[in-house]
Ligand binder design. Structure first.
Ligand SMILES: O=C(CO)[C@@H](O)[C@H](O)[C@H](O)[C@H](O)COP(=O)(O)O
Length: 213
């Protein structure tokens, strides 16, 4: 399973990239607009920093508008993937964009049928939202496993992005269930590194070294 960073913050992206684990980014316009930066400039900067998919959410509701938006976004850089919501209009947009070889990430996936439809429409990625399912008493992780099983059985190439991740344990589980990618906040990414025994081990090693004769 690979890691994407779920952010629009360039500093976070640079830091995560320095860890050597960053395979892509998922982002949306709202946080960028709040930073008072040109959205397209920021996407370009992100694609220059990251080697891998940069998924950018389209903000329209009608298929033709999403397609127009996607076309403009895809012209920013070859790595741009257009984030499309899992709606009928979204599926229509995915069909057109994928016929033009523009990569798509179908978001807001909450059941296996939605994932299968998105894949069949031509989506490059599907994003089941784990945390939001858990919030309403369903199992987000179980969904990842079911989608994986269906995609494997039917030889579907669409990759599964485990999204709406809230804590480190979900990363282990998503990997076990066969997600191709987990998109995480910088906060969660940092937590993955931490373990008290690692800290204690480093401290002990340094103490031993410093107390040598
Ligand atoms: O594009 C994607 C997923 O591919 C992400 O930006 C996705 O929108 C985010 O992971 C979710 O919105 C975050 O979910 P939540 O923490 O707000 O529940």
């Amino acid at each position: 399973m690979k890691f994407f960073l779920d952010t629009a913050n360039l500093e976070e992206i640079k830091l995560a990239n320095a860890f050597g684990v960053l395979a892509g980014v998922t982002t949306e316009p709202t946080p960028v607009v709040k930073e008072n930066v040109s959205f397209h400039d920021r996407i370009r900067e992100i694609t220059e920093e990251v080697s891998g998919s940069v998924s950018v959410a389209a903000v329209s509701e009608q298929a033709d508008e999403m397609v127009a938006e996607g076309k403009v976004l895809a012209e920013i850089a070859p790595d741009v993937t257009v984030g499309i919501p899992m709606t009928l209009e979204g599926l229509k947009a995915v069909k057109v964009l994928s016929a033009w070889n523009i990569k798509t990430n179908v978001t807001l996936v909450f059941n296996a049928n939605q994932a299968l439809l998105a894949a069949r429409a031509g989506a490059t990625y599907v994003s089941p939202f784990i945390g939001r399912l858990d919030d309403i008493g369903h199992s987000g992780m179980e969904l990842i496993g079911v989608i994986k099983e269906i995609f494997t059985q039917h030889k579907i190439q669409t990759e599964i992005i485990a999204a709406s991740i809230r804590h480190p344990m979900q990363i282990t589980e998503a990997a076990q269930q066969g997600a191709h990618i987990a998109t995480v906040s910088f906060d969660v990414l940092e937590k993955l590194v931490e373990h008290p025994l690692t800290d204690a081990g480093v401290k002990r090693f340094l103490a031993d070294w410093n107390s040598r004769i």
